[in-house]
Ligand binder design. Structure first.
Ligand code: HDE
Length: 690
């Protein structure tokens, strides 16, 4: 079936979209193409002719299919959705997007930071969490990350950060990872990175999926109410599925198993109607609170403990539609922290201030035109218009003579164009009421910015024992990858002594180096009360919802056992995935065939959250000689996952070194309960951590 639809864009222009397979193929200029298989030649074996405009246009366009990838956050995955405001915060903000009951369309792009567009989904890296709200008062972009703080305090250091972490300038590796000389050289010389490094070395940078990570606006912003009163605010996204992360060995193996692990997870979740959801929370505070803290709220390397200012939930984000086209939408979407709406405002955070310049600028080099706002994914969904004109790729066709203002064209019946509105328009909060300070022009930072360690310590001390071990081990791993720059690891450990002596000792031991002298702190750190909100383990949900169970079976397996499991997993809102030695399936005990979803060799257990082994004695005996089967079980155990097994499958568990614990069960209800969890207590028995 062919369907041709004509839609009208926001500028009044029309777009034609043809679906189906029977429409006539045309050139870009609408000329029907008679032959899409052969170029025009002078004789069957003769040269190709320059006059072949069909060939030339096709190759010309193809040659220019790629645009410059983002300098950071190049690899990303996007989705459409809706934001629903669920609380009345009109006392704080007049923004339409926050009107209780208001539904606003959104586009969200998740990303890694360091790798190129074609890199993998699972390096140890910060994740971008960028949300474009198409509000009825214009687009608001909340361009955040999955970590609430940042590496640097001042925008002037951003190019240094990015140069140091991306692949090294001469050798062009490593791709997508910070475990190399130049990053740690730079970071160890920049104590202000310490707090963010703690987060980066934790499992926060190994999220299990985009659906199970938090998002943060990072900077302090302002909310402004109808009376013009401003309050400070921090934005938080809290995943409905709770927090989940992988562990390092698993992340490494995931990279081999599926480069697109998180992109696929997001796509499939939306595709199957398991719409990912986050609650939007705000931490609101005033100037008096800000002044009383031992840190500066304008410093992006600091967070505000939730125990001091609880997060208040004001809305829900639901991602419910996959993009129609990756390039047109996910690649061309342009996020701008300068996209702000009446009722929200910037703070003087010097990092945010730098971003306000950068993003507009980068879109011109990436998308090649000042008219990038006309690309459908970037265009506001509300009416928009002004007197800006022309430029590359102009798609709007304004009528009449009004391209200047003021004008009096209306007096003669001509369209005079739009006008500013003091009532409805965006008005910057007066600095005096916004709580900001100004002064002489100086290259300087505020006094409390000099405290680089208090919150790094707060973060470390808020973690569980297992999480602390992961952090120490990550530092050891990353610093072990520093090659010739011998001075770097001790310099880093010297900084860590200001965070926590035990952490510093563990990292030094893990590296096999002597504990260096403590680095001098620019400002002595203070102790802050630990906060449960900073731990992943304390914010996990024991649920199968959003998790997958790999069910390994083979010839002679019991079909009833398999079906019971599949039904139980589905009832618990999980996803069952059948894995067999051959993807065509296996012949079950009753002689029937059961098709598999994945072949064993291509479906290692790291792509699942829990595994079930359903084998007969004969089936098990056969798989004992199959390395992929042994590895399947061994990795599930090593990655701290639940393993359910039929009695006859025990020899496979034994060969894989599985030892009994709460996560090793039979195939009944105990398995379904266990499959929604990870068994971190198992870890000391399966690997040595720093
Ligand atoms: Fe970005 N950042 N950034 N960044 N950033 C970009 O903009 C920049 C910072 C973040 O999915 C670029 O369109 C500067 C903090 C995300 O398209 C660029 C500074 C946070 C994304 C840029 C920062 C972020 C970007 C590259 C320091 C968390 C991906 C392409 C002053 C709050 C958005 C582009 C997407 C992308 C500059 C710091 C998050 C070059 C100069 C802090 C999620 O403009």
């Amino acid at each position: 079936m062919t369907e041709t639809t004509t839609t009208t864009g926001s500028g009044g222009e029309t777009h034609q979209r043809v679906t189906g397979d029977a429409a006539v193929l045309t050139t870009n200029h609408g000329v029907p193409v008679g032959d899409n298989q052969n170029s025009l030649k002078s004789g069957a074996r003769g040269p190709t002719l320059l006059e072949d405009f069909v060939l030339r246009e096709k190759i010309f366009h193809f040659d220019h299919e790629r645009i410059p990838e983002r300098i950071v956050h190049a690899r990303g995955s996007g989705a459409h959705g809706v934001f629903e405001a669920t609380a009345d915060i009109s006392d704080l903000s007049k923004a339409a997007v926050f009107t209780k009951g208001e539904h606003t369309e959104v586009f969200v792009r998740f990303s890694t930071v360091a790798g190129g567009a074609g890199s993998v989904d699972t390096p140890r890296d910060v994740r971008g969490f960028a949300v474009k709200f198409y509000t009825r008062e214009g687009n608001w972009d909340l361009v955040g990350n999955n970590i609430p703080v940042f590496f640097i305090q001042d925008a002037i250091k951003f190019p240094d950060l990015v140069h140091s972490v991306k692949m090294e300038a001469d050798r062009a590796y490593p791709q997508a990872g910070s475990a190399h000389d130049t990053f740690w050289d730079w970071a160890s010389l920049m104590p202000e990175t310490t707090h963010m490094l703690m987060w980066a070395m934790s499992d926060r940078t190994l999220p299990r999926s985009f659906r199970t990570m938090e998002g943060f606006g990072v900077h302090t912003f302002k909310l402004v109410n109808a009376e013009g009163r401003a309050s400070f605010v921090k934005f938080h996204w809290k995943p409905r599925l709770g927090l989940q992360s992988t562990i390092w060995d698993e992340a490494l193996k995931l990279q081999a198993a599926d480069n697109d692990y998180q992109r696929r997870d997001l796509w499939e979740a939306i595709d199957t109607g398991a719409y990912p959801q986050w609650d939007l929370g705000i931490q609101v505070f005033d100037e008096e609170f800000a002044r009383a803290q031992p840190y500066d709220v304008l410093d992006a390397t600091k967070l505000i403990p939730e125990d001091d200012v609880p997060v208040r939930i004001i809305g829900t984000l639901t991602l419910n539609r996959n993009p129609d086209n990756f390039f047109a939408e996910t690649e061309q979407v342009a996020f701008l922290p300068t996209n702000i709406v009446p009722g929200i405002d910037f703070s003087n955070d010097p990092l945010l201030q730098g971003r306000l310049f950068s993003y507009l600028d980068t879109q011109n080099s990436r998308l090649g035109t000042t008219n990038f706002h006309q690309i459908p994914i970037n265009a506001p969904r509300c009416p928009f218009g002004n007197f800006q004109r022309d430029g590359k790729m102009q798609t709007q066709v304004p009528k009449g003579r009004a391209n200047y203002e003021p004008n009096s064209l209306a007096a003669h019946g001509e369209d005079g164009g739009p006008r500013e509105s003091a009532e409805r328009g965006f008005a910057t909060v007066n600095a005096a009421t916004g709580g900001d300070e100004q002064g002489d022009k100086q290259r300087i930072r505020a006094e409390l910015f000099a405290d680089h360690y208090s919150q790094a310590r707060l973060f470390y001390r808020s973690q569980t024992e297992s999480e602390q071990a992961h952090i120490a081990s990550s530092f050891v791993f990353e610093l072990s990858k520093v090659g010739v720059l011998d001075q770097v690891p001790p310099r880093m450990v010297a900084n860590l002594r200001n965070v926590d002596e035990d952490l510093a000792r563990r990292v030094a031991d893990g590296l096999g180096i002597a504990l260096p002298e403590k680095a001098a702190a620019a400002r002595e750190p203070v102790d802050m009360a630990p906060s449960d909100a900073l731990s992943i383990h304390k914010n996990m949900k024991a649920t199968l919802e959003g998790r997958s169970v790999g069910i390994l079976y083979a010839d002679d397996s019991d079909g009833a056992e398999i079906e019971a499991l599949v039904a139980a997993v589905a009832a618990a809102k999980g996803k069952a995935v059948l894995v067999a030695p051959k993807v065509g399936g296996a012949t079950l005990k009753d002689g029937s065939r059961r098709k598999a979803d994945g072949q064993l060799a291509g479906s290692p257990s790291q792509i699942f959250d829990a595994v079930a082994i359903v084998l007969s004695a004969d089936g098990c005996a056969a798989l004992l000689k199959e390395a992929a089967a042994v590895q399947f079980v061994m990795d599930a155990f090593g990655h701290l996952k639940a393993i359910g097994a039929s009695d006859a499958a025990r020899p496979l568990l034994d060969k894989a070194g599985v030892e009994p614990d709460d996560g090793v069960t039979d195939l009944g209800g105990a398995f379904i309960a266990a499959a929604g969890r990870r068994f971190y207590a198992r870890e000391p028995g399966v690997r040595t951590l720093a």
